[in-house]
Structure formats: structure tokens, C-alpha cells
Design a protein around this ligand. Structure first.
Ligand code: DMJ
Length: 636
């Protein structure tokens, strides 16, 4: 209805009496209030609601938008790789180990749930979280570094920095060190302070995974430089942390990536060197991650604003606003160490709460699907993978057990339970006799294995010894078979580097059948398994396989100003992706160096590696609490 000034009618009243006007106004204001109130009862996805309610109450999932998440993992497409239908997803590849086309598949499978990717968190929770955290008193001075060193069984760097007696192995080790120096020098020259180096265009890449944090390659390299004895470079890195690492960023970061690279990298640097600076930075950053856990279930969301709002979101591409198993399941090691150093129980409480929920929840065939709702605590889909989206959750179960000095029995039980379910449902033998891990979609197998899933050879290997006595040899054999299959994925390519994903159907045996799976982005997982299998078996083939990888990296990935991923491992006319990933310095080169070192460099009796290859010490509670423990730093 439109009210106009009519001839002969007073403007003020349109012929209505004062009491009538009052009643009408009352009615109108009631109507407006009612309409506004009704907004609260609409589903979060309704656009009207997003428009009217403030950011504090409702957060549309903008972070998962096409241009956001983990840009470098969609790079092959951006740079001209042919993609499978639907492989557009930056939403897709986001953070963890998920190829973009997989994410897109999930997104599509989520159907109309896409519209519901709106999740909320309140600022007030964040404030109270912070209060709780400091109320409980983070007393960093209660941790004694000297005492910690006294509780190690062996010197971290070995008798002679892990130098192997055999000259050929030593030469190979020196070569890997040279590769690290080359990668580092070029990063320093062209991309210093940025997150990663673009070696072809000779500039820096910032990306959008770290929420405004900088220097990912520096933090990821600290421990590698240190164990390699590249001290000048290590000192430059340390100085940068001291003067330039600014944690007061206000951007949206991947909780998972910040945790494994920054928190993990800083923690390792501290434990190896005793430099308080690293500990303080790790704790400062750890505290900024806490608001991500403010959800109805305590399962954190994937994206967090590192600024004072502490707002968090689920990834836009994740089914129905869910959290990702490999993300919320890959916090345990770092968070337990944050509690250890700060004496603040909150970090351990947060990850134990995740553990409790996962322990309790019903699991289809004993398997852990990749998507879980942080609101209801229920699985959102039944896609199970040991590669992208699932991987490091399993890794952190066995490593939590080992890092607890074998006292964390829940982790042990959950790990071996999961492994049994994986063996029963996912492990397959190809017609050509190759053992592989398929993916599981509600009971239907997808005969594909991702490069990311190749870490599982090493994982099953390090867990073999603590399995049931009758299973130990079997686990070691399974680890060796998986590692062999992953090696095959390398040897069956022209470049001798492995594709992002390889298949075992339609006649394929450990080869990529889709153009979009042919790329190699300097990933470490296959080499990681060689390193563990070498330590566990001392079978020389693992060192040989590692050396094959070094030669292939040198031939195809080394460019004038650094190392670059390649777009197609099946062609000798390589096309580079112009990206030197920070995990190349943190993981690929570190695992190669360890493979050619003696076992006493970062001995497995004392250290576990986080999923970014940052070594964290085993926590020996009884020793650390023992008054009589002596500082043995000098003798070690
Ligand atoms: C690394 O950042 C970590 O290993 C992570 O767990 C998965 N992806 C990369 C390496 O491929």
C-alpha cells in the first residue's frame, strides 16, 4: 500500500484520528519486529538472513570461495594443466592432502548442502576462551630445557652429526645438503620473507593458507638447516624469526597448515636448539588457534581468523559445513607439546576432546569417514581415504602413542583398530601383484591411490613393532609392499617421479590415467616411506630408491633459481609449475638427508616427526618429573 497526499486530506492525518494513527503505528512496529525476529528461525543458508544479521552472529563461508584456499594446490590447473571435469576447486584442494577434483566431487555429492555451508561462531566464546586459557595460567618457566635434554636416550645429532661411514652414502648425503642450500639460497635471494619461492619468475608467493603469516619456507626450514649443519643459513632464519615473524596477522588461515608448519616448525626448532624465542613464538601462535575449537562439539572448524575476532569457518567446499578428518585429527602432537611447554592443560584438553568423540562415535565397518559435522558430531559422508582428507589422522594416532612413551593406550587401540578396518576394506592386490590402498565410498571401492597415501608405508612400518605379536611381521611386510607399489608409481613414469594419483583399473597398474593426476609438486610421501623402511630394515634398496629420486629431482625439477614441481611426470619435455613448496625443504630434503645418514641422527627412540617432518621429542613423563634427572646436554 502506498500513502500519498490526497487533495482535501490533511497531510498529517489522511483523515485519520490521532488514536487511529497511534493504533496503526503500533501495528506497523509490531509487524516489523515480528519479521525481523523471524529471520532468526530461518536456515543459515537463506540469503536474507546473511544480509540482515551481523558478521558476529553468522559467518557466510567466504573463505572457501573459488579464489581462496591453498592456491598452490590448484596451480597445475591455473598453469594450463588439463583438468578433469569439475576440477576447478580451490575450494577443493584447499589445505590438506586433497586433490582439487576430489574436493569438487565431494562438493557436488554434497548437493544442495552447498547452500548450507554457513557456520557460526560467537566472538564472546572467543573472549571467554582466551580468559580460560590465561586463567589456568600458562607458566612457560616451569619447563626445564636442561631436564628435557637429560631425558633423551641419545644425542639428537648423533655421534658425528649422523655422518655415514660409507663414502658413497656420504657423497649422496652431501649432494642432498647441496640441494637444500641451493633451494634455500634462491628462496633467500628472490622471496625472502614471503611464504614460498616461485623459481621461474624469481619472486615470492604468499598464498592464502596462512592467514597473513609470512615466512613459511623459513619456519619450515629451521630444523632442516640445523641438522644439516648449515649454520649461517640457520642463523639468518633465526634472526628473521626474531625480527620479522609477525604473529599479529588478521587474515584467515588454515588451522591445519598453520599448526603443522608454523607451530610444528617452531616447536622442533626449540627442542633442537633450546632457543627460548622459538618456544615463545610457538606458544603465542598456539593461543591464537584456540577459538577454532569453539563449536558445539569442540571439533574445530578448518579456517580461523588469526586476528582478535578469532572467528572460524568451515571450508566452503567441505560437505555441509563439515570439518575434515585429516585436519582436526592432525593437531594432537603439537598441542600436547604446547601443554608440555606452557604447563597449560587447555591444549591437551582440546585434542583429547576430539579423540573422545572419535572414539565414541559409530564407525561404518570400523572406518573413519573424512567429513564430520562440528555441530552435530556426526559423519557427513561415507568417503574413506588413507590419502587426501584422511591420511595424517591415522599417522597421528600411532605417533601419539609413540610420543607418549607408549602410554597413550587409547591412541594405540584406535590405531590398530583403524588399521584392521583398513586392511579388511581398503587394502587390495592388483592383477599385477601390487598391494595398494583403494578409497572407499559408502562401500564402493575406487581403485585409486594418491601420492599422499604413500606415507602409509612408513606409518605401518613404525607401528609394526607394537602390534599384536602375531601381526608384527605381517605389518612390516605390508609396509614394504605399499612402499614397493609407491616406488613402482615412480619407475613407471618417464621422469622417474610419481604422479599425484595412480590407478589400478582399466588395465592400469600404478599409473595415472587422468591428465589431471599427472603432476608432481615436490611431495615427500614416497621418500618418507623409504626413510622409515631403511631405518627399520636396512635393506639397501631403499637408499637406492632414494637416490633415484634425487637424480630425477635434479634432472627435471631443478631450474636455474630453485626447484619446481612439474605438470606431467610422463613426458620428458617437462613443464614446470613455478613453485618451490615449503614442504620440499621441510620434508622431501630432510627425509632424503636422513635416509643417507646414520640412524643416530634424530634417532627414532627419542623423536617422532610431525606430518610436516618436524621432529618432536618423545615425552618421558617419569623422567621429566624425577627430581634427580640430571642435565646431560654436554654429554649429548
Ligand atoms: C605436507 O604439507 C604435509 O605432509 C601434509 O600432511 C600433507 N601435504 C604436504 C606434503 O605433500
Amino acid at each position: 500500500m502506498v500513502f500519498r497526499k490526497l487533495p482535501g486530506v490533511s497531510a498529517s492525518g489522511m483523515g485519520l484520528r490521532l488514536s487511529q494513527k497511534f493504533v496503526f503505528l503500533l501495528f506497523l512496529s509490531g509487524l516489523v519486529t515480528l519479521c525481523f525476529g523471524a529471520l532468526f528461525f530461518l536456515p543459515d543458508s537463506v540469503r536474507l538472513k546473511r544480509i540482515f544479521l551481523s558478521k558476529t552472529e553468522i559467518q557466510p563461508v567466504t573463505v572457501g570461495s573459488e579464489n581462496d584456499v591453498r592456491e598452490h594446490l590448484k596451480r597445475p590447473k591455473e598453469q594450463g594443466m588439463t583438468s578433469a571435469k569439475g576440477e576447478t576447486g580451490t575450494k577443493g584442494k584447499s589445505l590438506s592432502r586433497k586433490p582439487s577434483h576430489e574436493a569438487t566431487e565431494e562438493r557436488l555429492a554434497g548437493g544442495k548442502a552447498q547452500e548450507d555451508l554457513t557456520l557460526s561462531r560467537s566472538k564472546t566464546e572467543s573472549a571467554s576462551e582466551r580468559a580460560t586459557s590465561s586463567d589456568r595460567g600458562a607458566k612457560s618457566d616451569t619447563f626445564s630445557y636442561q631436564k628435557f635434554r637429560g631425558c633423551l636416550l641419545k644425542a639428537p645429532l648423533g655421534r658425528d652429526n649422523g655422518k655415514p661411514g660409507d663414502p658413497q652414502t656420504n657423497e649422496r648425503r652431501e649432494k642432498v645438503k647441496e640441494m637444500m642450500k641451493f633451494a634455500w639460497d634462491n628462496y633467500k635471494r628472490y622471496a625472502w620473507g614471503k611464504n614460498e619461492l616461485r623459481p621461474l619468475t624469481r619472486n615470492g608467493h604468499i598464498g592464502n593458507m596462512f592467514g597473513g603469516l609470512r615466512g613459511a619456507s623459513i619456519i619450515d626450514s629451521l630444523d632442516t638447516l640445523y641438522i644439516m649443519g648449515l649454520m649461517e643459513e640457520y642463523n639468518d632464519a633465526k634472526e628473521w624469526v626474531q625480527t620479522s615473524l609477525d604473529l599479529n596477522s588478521n587474515g584467515e588461515a588454515s588451522l591445519f597448515e598453520v599448526n603443522i608448519r608454523y607451530v610444528g616448525g617452531l616447536l622442533s626448532a626449540y627442542y633442537l636448539t633450546g632457543e627460548e624465542l622459538f618456544k615463545n613464538k610457538a606458544m603465542e601462535l598456539g593461543e591464537k588457534l584456540l577459538p577454532a575449537f569453539n563449536t558445539p562439539t569442540g571439533i574445530p572448524r578448518g579456517v580461523i581468523n588469526l586476528g582478535s575476532s578469532g572467528t572460524s569457518w568451515s571450508w566452503g567446499w567441505a560437505s555441509a559445513g563439515s570439518s575434515i578428518l585429516a585436519e582436526f585429527g592432525t593437531l594432537h602432537l603439537e598441542f600436547v607439546h604446547l601443554t608440555e611447554l606452557s604447563n597449560n592443560p587447555i591444549y591437551t584438553e582440546k585434542v583429547m576432546n576430539i579423540r573422545k568423540l572419535l572414539n565414541k562415535i559409530e564407525k561404518p565397518h570400523g572406518l573413519y569417514p573424512n567429513f564430520l559435522s562440528p555441530v552435530s558430531g556426526n559423519w557427513v559422508q561415507h568417503h574413506v581415504s588413507i590419502g587426501g582428507l584422511g591420511d595424517s589422522f591415522y599417522e597421528y594416532l600411532i605417533k601419539s602413542y609413540l610420543m607418549s612413551d607408549k602410554t597413550d593406550d587409547d591412541a594405540k587401540r584406535m590405531y590398530y583398530g583403524a588399521l584392521e578396518a583398513i586392511e579388511a576394506n581398503l587394502v587390495q592386490k592388483s592383477p599385477g601383484g601390487l598391494t595398494y590402498m583403494a578409497e572407499w565410498r559408502g562401500g564402493i571401492l575406487d581403485h585409486k591411490m594418491g601420492h599422499l597415501a604413500c606415507f602409509s608405508g612408513g606409518m605401518i612400518g613404525i607401528g609394526a613393532d607394537d602390534g599384536a605379536p602375531e601381526k608384527r611381521q605381517h605389518y612390516l611386510d605390508l609396509a614394504a609392499e605399499i612402499t614397493h607399489t609407491c616406488h613402482e608409481s615412480y619407475t613407471r613414469s618417464a621422469t622417474k617421479l610419481g604422479p599425484e594419483a595412480f590407478r589400478f583399473d582399466g588395465g592400469a597398474e600404478a599409473t595415472a590415467t587422468r591428465l589431471s593426476d599427472r603432476y608432481y609438486i615436490l611431495r615427500p610421501e614416497v621418500i618418507e616411506s623409504y626413510m622409515y623402511m631403511w631405518r627399520l630394515t636396512h635393506d639397501p634398496k631403499y637408499r637406492e630408491w632414494g637416490w633415484e629420486a634425487v637424480e630425477a629431482l635434479e634432472q627435471h625439477c631443478r631450474v636455474e633459481s630453485g626447484f619446481s614441481g612439474i605438470r606431467d611426470v610422463y613426458t620428458m619435455t617437462v613443464s614446470h609449475d613455478n613453485m618451490q613448496q615449503s614442504f620440499f625443504l621441510s620434508e622431501t630434503l630432510k627425509y632424503l638427508y636422513l635416509l643417507f645418514s646414520d640412524d643416530d641422527l634424530l634417532p627414532l627412540e627419542d623423536w617422532v616427526f610431525n606430518t610436516e617432518a618436524h621432529p618432536l621429542p618423545i615425552i618421558r613423563k617419569s623422567c621429566l618429573q624425577d627430581e634427580t634427572t640430571q642435565d646431560k646436554t654436554v654429554s649429548k
